[in-house]
Ligand binder design. Structure first.
Ligand code: HPA
Ligand code: ZN
Length: 318
């Protein structure tokens, strides 16, 4: 894999079955089974919500600062070995706060792992996600409670069930985040239509769109994304697992996106659930879509130049 950045990964989605079992045992918590193979059989999804249900149940094993540290340290070690230079990692506080875990605990564990990673040469930062199906008031409440920890994350994102929860609901929350100097991204156009991508750009002022696949259905939107070179963080193996792309990877729209001159890059989303890390995604698209080395180099470079690292740091990578 060419040197690259991972810009679309949910830390909770890196919870491998082996760590899931270890944390459940360490914390004395139940699981539907303690057999990794049985647990993995649940990883068959018809749509986004099927995945979110299992993901939401599994995160219950994360309780202590050490748990969050172990989770992030495992992920970072895995992608450092793959040659990733920079990682911007989503974390989902609502699911943890609702279980009585404190923001201090979550951030202390994640931040300790990220600090060690930086010292080892893999640059990393956190992006806090609002859970869109909890609505705008919950999002504003989360932003309020997170602002005292503002130095521990660089931006905000929007994830979870998409359809029925359009970006427009979160306009005020994103304006407030922008006023606080936070970077802004949002999931849009994964299951939701092109209008969700329009709203993310025009109403939320996002600097990147997470997924964005369905933008291809709207020629005016494709033109806008191309003209402004708004990055789309595409996750091919996620699209296969959640059926947000055709069932065969060889029919994935990535080549069309490249052909249209869009600023696309490749990421893993939830690698423990979707069958692979960022390097596995690169290997799969290279194999199945017949991309040239120049094309995969461009995808890898797009991620580095679309990252929120400092211009000096980026200049050292590209
Ligand atoms: N889509 C929406 N929400 C998510 C995802 C995803 O792929 N992964 C974790 N939360
Ligand atoms: Zn995602």
């Amino acid at each position: 894999m060419h040197p690259t950045a991972e810009l679309h990964v949910h830390i909770e989605g890196t919870l491998e079955v082996d760590l899931l079992v270890r944390l459940a045992q360490r914390n004395g918590l139940p699981l539907p089974s303690f057999d990794p193979d049985v647990l993995r059989q649940r990883y068959r999804f018809g749509k986004l919500q099927d995945f979110l249900d299992v993901y939401g149940q599994n995160v219950a094993v994360l309780r202590t600062e050490q748990d969050f540290y172990d989770l992030a340290a495992s992920y970072l070690a895995r992608v450092r070995a793959a040659g990733v230079r920079r990682s911007e990692i989503f974390f989902d506080p609502p699911t943890h706060l609702a279980r009585g875990i404190r923001m201090e605990t979550i951030l202390a564990g994640l931040t300790a792992a990220l600090d060690e990673s930086r010292a080892d040469g893999l640059s990393a930062d956190l992006i806090m996600c609002f859970q869109r199906d909890l609505g705008a008031d919950a999002a504003m409440g989360l932003l309020d409670m997170a602002l005292p920890f503002r130095d521990q994350f660089i931006g905000v994102g929007l994830d979870s069930s998409e359809v029925g929860y359009p970006p427009s609901l979160f306009t005020r929350v994103y304006a407030r985040a922008a006023a606080e100097g936070l970077r802004r991204v949002a999931h849009a156009g994964e299951e939701g239509g092109p209008e969700y991508v329009w709203e993310a750009i025009d109403l939320l002022g996002v600097e990147r769109v997470d997924h964005g696949n369905r933008a291809l259905e709207d020629a005016d939107l494709v033109r806008r994304l191309r003209d402004d070179q708004i990055p789309l963080t595409v996750c091919p193996l996620s699209n296969l697992a959640l059926r947000t792309a055709p069932p065969e990877l060889r029919d994935h729209p990535l080549p069309v996106m490249i052909e249209e001159g869009l600023n696309v890059s490749i990421h893993s989303d939830d690698p423990a659930y979707f069958g692979g890390y960022i390097d596995d995604n690169f290997a799969a698209v290279t194999r199945e879509l017949g991309l040239s080395s120049a094309q995969t180099a461009t995808l890898a470079r797009n991620a580095l130049t679309s990252s929120f690292a400092s211009p000096q740091e980026i200049a050292g990578w590209v």
